[in-house]
Design a binder for this molecule. Structure first.
Ligand code: DWN
Length: 408
């Protein structure tokens, strides 16, 4: 349930269980849209919305209070294309090959991906002769997937849409579950669309890693929810699906890969993580106490470090016009006073300004050309891949998370 405040909604009940028993974990104040990069000459003023994180004491789901209209979040200019990370594409290729083998997928199978983006994942199934179907509401990435020869429906996935779609052997959903305001409807749609012996393979950022790494920059309006295994177990059970396997992954700062089926199976990996979460107290509000103070300390330390380097006469730029980068810069108040510009491989972001701060996004080639003294890794989750590719850059890197520091 929600109530409308100006141009966004504020939830009045938990997104998963419907209870009205939430406590505030963190408030980041009025923040810009994390993927809302803008042309320098954009006419309309930049939109900001409150960003407030709550913990539901009834089902332990962590969630934001605000619903920003989906067409503002994932509209014509949505700039995120998954294929700009080679390591991420390889991660998904390996996952696809494992699923093709373990599920004996072939010409009579169907793999449907929710939020297929530019086809970074489905293309690996198609290359092995497995029929695929992509669903994605963002026009740019959907067009890129079609250009790759994939069948894509350019719309938001809902339970109603699921009723129109063919039943699938595998339903994929990487980093999409957090993006949907109607969680229970979305998961009900997965159950509806799955064949009786099918499997839903879903990846989501893991709340445990977010707290342990103080990765508050992965909190933004696109991400309505922040998942624990215990909250996911309840969510899938409510839709008649059994969480039979969960794997922890290093991707995107720390994620979970879920395997949900209509038939209950042995689930030692799930039970082990549920036990760990209980031991950590993730199903209680006290686990999140002090997180806000840790966020403020990280922001303070980042500004102090960058200010010291700048005071020593250093030139500092940033790498990664990432959604998380926009949140970090705006929460810490870091802008042109400390950074000169941001670089990124994604050509769709070049020439635009980072959300909320007047920092221009440029091609990564300028690092070798201009040799700034320091590069702040806003896309810290891709640090190994980024550093390995920048062989012609001879300065030093600063990582902001889990604590701001200059890499040796
Ligand atoms: O949930 C989401 C996550 C999965 O991806 C989306 N809603 C939005 C997006 O968040 P993000 O932008 O923080 O994700 P990334 O993948 O951490 O963004 C990395 C940025 O860095 C992209 O703009 C691409 C860029 N990049 C680059 O310039 N060179 C990435 C790599 C790996 C590189 O080598």
């Amino acid at each position: 349930m929600t109530t409308t405040v100006n141009t966004h909604e504020v939830i009045t009940a938990c997104r998963a269980c419907g209870a009205d028993d939430r406590v505030e974990v963190l408030s980041l104040g009025d923040m810009p849209l994390a993927d809302g990069l803008r042309a320098p000459d954009a006419a309309e003023p930049e939109r900001r919305f409150p960003l407030t994180v709550d913990f539901c004491r009834a089902c332990s789901l962590v969630q934001i209070q605000e619903n920003v209209p989906a067409d503002l979040l994932f509209g014509e200019d949505y700039p995120y294309y998954s294929s700009f990370s080679d390591a991420w594409v390889e991660h998904c290729r390996e996952n696809a090959l494992e699923l093709i083998d373990t599920r004996s997928l072939g010409a009579n199978s169907l793999v449907t991906e929710l939020a297929c983006n530019d086809g970074y994942f489905l293309r690996h199934f198609a290359e092995h002769g497995v029929p695929v179907l992509g669903i994605d509401p963002a026009p740019g990435p959907a067009a890129a997937a079609r250009a790759a020869g994939l069948d894509v429906r350019e719309e938001f996935f809902t339970d109603a849409l699921a009723a129109e779609l063919p039943r699938a052997d595998v339903v994929l959903g990487n980093n999409v579950l957090a993006h949907v305001p109607d969680l229970s409807g979305f998961v009900a749609g997965i159950a509806r669309m799955l064949k009786d012996d099918g499997v839903a393979m879903i990846e989501v950022p893991y709340m445990r890693d977010l707290v342990e790494k103080c990765a508050f920059d992965t909190i933004y309006h696109e991400h309505h929810c922040y998942f624990s295994v215990s909250a996911l177990d309840r969510l899938f059970a409510a839709a008649g699906l059994f969480l039979n396997e969960v794997r922890r992954l290093p991707t995107h700062g720390g994620s979970l890969r879920l395997y949900a089926e209509k038939r209950q199976g042995p689930r030692p990996t799930v039970d082990r993580l549920l036990d760990e979460e209980r031991e950590l107290g993730m199903d209680r509000a006290a686990y999140y106490e002090g997180f806000g103070e840790r966020v403020r300390d990280l922001c303070r330390d980042l500004v102090a470090l960058l200010s010291r380097l700048k005071g020593e006469g250093a030139r500092i730029v940033a790498y990664g016009a990432a959604a998380k980068g926009a949140m970090l810069l705006n929460a810490a108040g870091v802008g042109p006073d400390l950074l000169e510009f941001v670089v990124d491989r994604n050509v769709h972001k070049h020439g635009l300004l980072m959300p909320g701060v007047e920092l221009l996004v440029r091609d990564t080639v300028v690092l070798a050309e201009e040799q700034p003294d320091y590069v702040l890794l806003l896309a810290w989750n891709h640090a190994p891949e980024i550093i390995a590719q920048q062989t012609e850059y001879h300065g030093r890197y600063v990582v902001p998370v889990p604590r701001p520091e200059v890499l040796a």
